[in-house]
Design a protein around this ligand. Structure first.
Ligand SMILES: Nc1ncnc2c1ncn2[C@@H]1O[C@H](COP(=O)(O)OP(=O)(O)OP(=O)(O)O)[C@@H](O)[C@H]1O
Ligand SMILES: [Mg+2]
Length: 445
């Protein structure tokens, strides 16, 4: 992409309405535009990051054996009357009446609809286990939408639902989701800590929230500092192996880590004082096991190997895809702007031409651009007729992790400059070496 032809409406001033850094930078970097309270358009660069995050979510769900599909945003109220949640959900549910006066709603989540799909098409234990998921817009009429996409009314979420014959199998699905979520967040450059939480209106007994530590987080969290040393890393895990998945759950949940809803001061105080941490966190996902809470009232049953009809055991598992865009910025920025982790960056590398219109620099930039594209990467080439300072400021604000700077002086010696956004370190090298370095960086990502 050439910046001169792109749509990147960067703001010079700090927008007054933004209270936290991610919201401020998303507005300043031209990633989003608010259309109504808690409802946003995703401008091209914001859209790109959203899609990168979604893609990682898909890859990791499919790796775990989960099946992608798509359900609509609008749902009939009758389904929710069956589960009893139509009245329980309260004012957060956006209720709509169609022209035939039928009660509809904009889905805040999909337990009822997926259960309806399941009961219509699945009848035998032989079809289990099964986990279906989708990534779809949700609407919750939050009383106080704020912090940009972090607490929107309309937001993008991955929600997955497991159907199992036994509680034991459903708990394996729970563990499998925990493992896949650890992988997912780490690929986005995030540490998200599973913490024991409260199940709220979804219902059920077992639930963990995944929290990214950040001073601007809305949840108060309490944890043993040892937990932050745990890394999932590049472990190869067999998602069908119950014991292996359970071992990961035990490893990541054996230390104290709870949100304020389940915090227990007496248990917390048993940890050595030097390791006790009270902090704030952003909830980027949650997993639930809730057994037969929906399958029983809605008649989602299968025939087991003894010929008996039994309700299936279920759980649901969500990742806040649009909230993650903000959460990643909260976790990765400096006073100049965003610092994208390589896994989610909208463009892999920026190219800054210090003397637009100079035949040599223009030619070198075009060659670097072509070489990066040939390597399967997406560069953003700042080919505008702007001062160097303005180009650097834009690059720093939008936060591409790598930048190649091309100027006449360096080129005379056959060199360009490769700069890391994170460390600010620059290195001179030939254009070919810079391209090779960028290629190598993204090879394992
Ligand atoms: N209003 C929102 N705006 C953006 N993302 C949201 C919003 N509500 C929930 N999410 C995201 O969707 C994920 C799954 O939804 P879940 O039902 O667990 O939300 P929740 O527990 O009600 O969230 P919260 O406690 O933050 O209101 C959450 O972990 C969060 O990342
Ligand atoms: Mg939650």
């Amino acid at each position: 992409m050439r910046l001169s032809r792109y749509f990147l409406p960067v703001l010079k001033e700090n927008p007054a309405e933004a209270q936290i850094v991610s919201h401020r930078y998303m507005l300043r970097a031209g990633m989003i535009k608010q259309q109504a309270a808690g409802i946003y358009s995703w401008l091209p660069m914001g859209f790109k990051v959203l899609k990168r995050i979604e893609e990682i979510v898909h890859q990791e769900q499919i790796r775990a054996g989960h099946i992608p599909m798509l359900m609509p945003t609008l749902q009939p109220a009758d389904l929710w009357r069956e589960s009893g949640r139509y009245d329980d959900y309260g004012e957060e549910m956006l209720r709509i009446t169609d022209r035939h006066k039928r009660d509809m709603l904009y889905g805040p989540t999909n337990e009822e609809m997926i259960t309806d799909i399941f009961r219509a098409h699945v009848g035998s234990y032989k079809d289990l286990p099964m986990t279906l998921y989708h990534v779809q817009w949700k609407f919750r009429d939050e009383i106080r939408p704020r912090f940009g996409v972090m607490r929107g009314r309309e937001f993008y979420m991955k929600d997955g639902y497991n159907f199992d014959l036994t509680k034991e199998d459903a708990l394996h699905a729970y563990n499998r989701h925990l493992v896949s979520y650890l992988r997912t967040y780490e690929r986005m450059g995030l540490q998200a800590i599973p913490m024991r939480a409260d199940s709220g209106p979804i219902g059920g007994d077992d639930t963990h929230e995944f929290l990214v530590l950040a001073s601007t987080g809305e949840s108060e969290v309490f944890y043993d500092s040892e937990i932050t040393d745990l890394k999932f890393g590049d472990r190869d895990i067999d998602y069908d192996d119950h014991a292996a998945c359970r071992a990961v759950l035990e490893e990541f949940t054996s230390r104290y880590a709870r949100t304020d809803e389940t915090h227990d001061e007496a248990v917390f105080n048993q940890i050595p004082e030097a390791r006790r941490r009270v902090a704030r966190g952003i909830e980027v996902g949650q997993i639930f096991y809730f057994g037969t809470k929906y399958s029983e009232p809605m008649g989602a049953t299968v025939v087991n190997d003894k010929g008996e009809r039994v309700p299936v055991h279920m759980g649901s598992h969500g990742i806040g895809v649009s909230r993650l865009v903000g959460a990643i910025i909260e976790a990765s920025h400096d006073d100049k702007g965003i610092i994208w982790p390589e896994g989610v960056t909208p463009f892999h590398c920026g190219i800054v031409n210090l003397k637009q219109g100079d035949a040599a620099t223009d030619g070198a930039c075009a060659e670097i651009y072509a070489a990066l594209v040939k390597a399967g990467l997406e560069p953003l080439y700042d080919d505008r007729d702007e001062r160097a300072g303005a180009k650097f400021a834009t690059m720093d604000l939008i936060g591409l992790p790598w930048r190649i700077t091309v100027g006449p002086r360096g080129l005379a010696a056959g060199k360009v400059e490769l700069t890391s956004r994170r460390t600010g370190d620059s290195e001179e090298m030939t254009p070919e070496a810079a391209v090779a370095r960028i290629k190598a960086i993204y090879e394992g990502i």
